[in-house]
Design a protein around this ligand. Structure first.
Ligand code: PLP
Length: 388
């Protein structure tokens, strides 16, 4: 049945996930947006085309994905990138020499590397700060501060940053707030509603959810900022391919469902780990022992699947534990349906300068789990058996 009066915008996140960005394809009625595997588009006369002229500038499969991505964060604009770091790169290209940027100090390793190794040489001053106490930031703001970069929960220490307090401080100093929302997912945390200007995702993680692609996204409301970022992407070329966009569109349909299970399993795993004697500390925002549990509860509606622990014993003991795991796989990355374990010091955070790692507490006893959507008891049994 033709429905020309879709004037009731869906509100529930599950409905948004299933329907966002996808309209029946007009020629055939196909319910899924096809993979428009094309680089160029035929024009009826010079400069006369149907909205697409070259796929670096735009592709219908990517357009559908971008509408869906915007809807997930209840944003006006969504821009899809070739990777999470391509999205970070695009935001960094808004900056000019002499600008100052405040970055939370246990930011994703690749983001820190991009700032330190690629952008610092252009005379941009990146200052890494502990943002757990938002009011400390006031004294760090400078007239040249253009961006405040937040990740929350942070990786791998799962610290929580008060998005609304930081955004308020940034705004009154004339700086933009960027929130890397990869760990929480749009299902559990909505930074734009808390005052942030730009939300970033590595869609490689929860949004993709199946460890089968690399992608990134920016979501925002401001029209002129969106136009600048689209120009940066068009000029720089960091777009993702149509097939990747299609896989992401499919993944988004189950995002809310998957996140609910990630959350439930992580809660069960964190509880179980805290009762095991092999771990001196279990770090999970949903545990009452987390020093910022109240803040997490206030700004998140679930805790996703990331759990970190400090293991007792030597690095040899840690390696023995890792080698005994059978359901959890030792791998970088996170957010897929399968459970993974990562050793930040030697894997994801190896590029973080050693003195900085030491300062924030990433040592050889720290492990980070990405809890998948398997049967919770199987995950718990695996951890118990490996810990011995
Ligand atoms: C993985 C990740 C990124 C980088 O994304 P890629 O898709 O690997 O380029 C950025 N931020 C966070 C929090 C991540 O986990």
């Amino acid at each position: 049945m033709q429905n020309n009066t879709k004037n009731r915008a869906p509100q529930g996140i599950e409905t948004v996930c299933v329907h966002a960005g996808v309209e029946p394809e007009p020629v055939t009625g196909a319910i899924m947006t096809p993979i428009f595997q094309t680089s160029t588009y035929v024009q009826s006369a010079p400069g006369e085309h149907k909205g697409y002229d070259y796929s670096r500038g735009g592709n219908p499969t990517r357009t559908s994905l971008e509408i869906a991505l915007a809807a997930l964060e209840r944003a006006k604009h969504g821009i899809s990138f070739a990777s999470g770091l391509a999205a970070v790169h695009a935001v960094a290209q808004l900056l000019n020499p002499g600008d100052h940027v405040l970055v939370c100090d246990d930011v994703y390793g690749g983001t820190g590397r991009l700032f330190r190794r690629l952008f610092a040489k252009y005379g941009i001053d990146f200052e890494f700060a502990d943002m757990r106490n938002a009011s400390d930031l006031k004294s760090l703001m400078r007239p040249k501060t253009k961006l405040v970069w937040i990740e929350t929960p942070t990786n791998p220490l799962l610290r929580i940053v008060d998005i609304s307090a930081v955004a308020q401080i940034a705004k009154s100093a004339g700086a933009l707030t960027v929130v890397d929302n990869t760990f929480a997912s749009p299902v559990f945390q909505q930074p734009l509603a808390l005052g942030a200007d730009i939300v970033l995702h590595s869609t490689t993680k929860y949004i993709g959810g199946h460890s089968d692609l690399v992608g990134g996204a920016l979501m925002l409301n401001d029209d002129s900022l969106a136009e600048q970022l689209r120009f940066i992407q068009f000029a720089g070329g960091a777009v993702n391919a149509p097939q990747e966009c299609f896989i992401l569109l499919r993944s988004i349909k189950t995002l809310a469902l998957r996140m609910q299970r990630h959350h439930e399993n992580a809660c069960a795993v964190a509880e179980a780990l805290s009762r095991m004697s092999s771990f001196s500390e279990v770090i999970f925002p949903g545990l009452e022992s987390h020093p910022q549990a109240a803040l997490a509860r206030a700004q998140m509606s679930g805790y996703a699947g990331m759990v970190s622990v400090r293991m007792n014993g030597s690095f040899e003991d840690v390696k023995k534990f890792l080698s005994r795991l059978q359901v959890f796989s030792l791998a970088e990355s996170l957010g897929g349906v399968e459970s993974l374990v990562n050793h930040p010091e030697t894997m994801t955070h190896a590029s973080v300068p050693p003195d900085h790692r030491k300062k924030i507490g990433i040592d050889s006893n720290l492990l980070r789990f990405s809890v998948g959507i398997e049967t919770a008891q199987d995950l718990i049994d695996d951890l118990k058996a490996a810990a011995g």
